[in-house]
Design a protein around this ligand. Structure first.
Ligand code: ZN
Length: 77
């Protein structure tokens, strides 16, 4: 779930909100209720605690490959 950053137009507070893609953007500052604007942050899509993706390919086969031959699994991805 991506994390969005918002900045309050009233008090200047910058805060993060974890939302689904389908969620509507926040309209109010959580502190003062003022209007907020969404900030574009490059960190929003960073996978925290990551590394699982690369490690999954290098060390362990995905669960969907558990019944397949090792040679077959290596072709996946
Ligand atoms: Zn505010």
């Amino acid at each position: 779930m991506p994390i969005y950053e918002y900045e309050c137009n009233k008090c200047g507070l910058v805060f993060e909100a974890r939302q689904k893609f389908s969620d509507a953007p926040l309209q109010e500052c959580k502190e003062c209720g003022g209007g907020v604007k969404k900030l574009i942050s490059s960190t929003a899509f960073t996978l925290k605690g990551g590394g699982w993706y690369e490690q999954g390919y290098s060390s362990a086969a995905p669960s969907t490959c558990s019944k397949a031959k090792a040679g077959e699994c290596s072709k996946v991805g």
